[in-house]
Unconditional design. Sequence first.
Lengths: 244, 244
Amino acid sequence: MKGSKGAHLSLSDSSAEEGTLTGPVEDYLKAIYALGRGSVSVATNDIAQRLNLAPASVSGMVRRLAGQGLLSYERYRGVTLTDMGRRAALRTLRRHRVIEAYLSGALNYPWDRVHDEAERLEHAASDELVDRMAAAIGEPLTDPHGAPIPSREGDMDETEYLSLAELGAGYGARVVRVSDADPEMLRYLGELEIMPGAELVVISKAPYEGPITLTVSGTMLSIGPQLASQVMVETLNDIEAPAH
Amino acid sequence: MKGSKGAHLSLSDSSAEEGTLTGPVEDYLKAIYALGRGSVSVATNDIAQRLNLAPASVSGMVRRLAGQGLLSYERYRGVTLTDMGRRAALRTLRRHRVIEAYLSGALNYPWDRVHDEAERLEHAASDELVDRMAAAIGEPLTDPHGAPIPSREGDMDETEYLSLAELGAGYGARVVRVSDADPEMLRYLGELEIMPGAELVVISKAPYEGPITLTVSGTMLSIGPQLASQVMVETLNDIEAPAH
DNA sequence: CGCGGAAGTTAGGGTTACCTAATATTTAAA
DNA sequence: TTTAAATATTAGGTAACCCTAACTTCCGCG
């Protein structure tokens, strides 16, 4: 575990602003939140890249959002979410992850396809629907990829974890989260049974960015370091350093 | 029963067009379908009223949609859906009604609130999601208000029914469908247990648009003709004309 | 320190979808 | 048949988002 902190902002009701943000605006806020982990300043080019937009488009939008009080912005200096912006971002994040968890838990969606569906539904679902979905599947704490779900009140566990690539040979660990960026990759990880909750032991790490050999639920396999870096784990004290 | 006909058009895949219609476009097509029951010509003003838009906005949109082959349009003459447009309308209608049925059946949504939620989700949900929802609640044939759900293939039962206001005193009937236009009204009808499946007997109809007295599941009550006209029923041969 | 490339911005357009005001067309009634 | 009311359309705007091209600012390296 590398570090830990928490976010708290009231998500519901959101005080005085008009309330209804457009889909694109929600996407901007989510992207800025993800890139700036809450309060770090974010480069407009990075937002553009993440949202697949031309940098010029971001400059314009960011100026508008600053005008609406959702973020603070100084030309050529990057942007930072205001409390209001952070609240909106977390609200969208909660929607997204609850929807993912619901699709997976209640409708048997395969985990490599929940992301895209949630990406569209998150802008259309009401708070009530999201709350009902969460209740229906027992108020889960994470989405199917292991990402934490912000609470209705705007709290989110922001614990950071080691990646499997950083784990030393001989260590046992439990998978807590995998990146949901690439469906193809998720399908592959699924085949290997590398998913949240799985326990694994690193057998060896070849040097020079070589393959990492490990056992997952009894099976031995090797994966590249690039893939391993997308898998976040929590070390297990009790399986520590077996002989090899 | 006043008449009966069926619609058949392949809903899936939709042949050669680009495929993704915007939310507003889907709303126009749905409105035109609803107003023209398939193929009757529809006045642009009626579309405007139904969608709560200025008539001028409709003229413009309708020209664009005609250009895309979704409807045929002659200035000052109203519009008619093409096969392609009808297909798209039925696809949206299916989404809408499946979502309503799902919200009600799987998430315990009260029936006066499913419409608004579905109105937003219908533009964001994928065909796969809609199909999974339908499967999860046993492929229902109607939504919670009794409106028929078009099949994946584009078939819809378009049977027309008598309204409760048209039913003569002494007749027994089963409620098949109620208007979902007004949540307030739905809540009231729910309190009275006037909902699809309920069986009722008309005791008397006061003249000059006076109240209609009836029994619903044993209880006697009176409603105005305006409300009664929003309740569609199917007569029951076996409870016909009891003495009074 | 200054200068070139990277990063970010403005300028100028385009599309969708809406609006109000002014105009045209249809239609029903005198 | 004429004509006014009802219906519908164009004309001219606005706002949200997006783009490409041209320009500006920043910053690190020599």
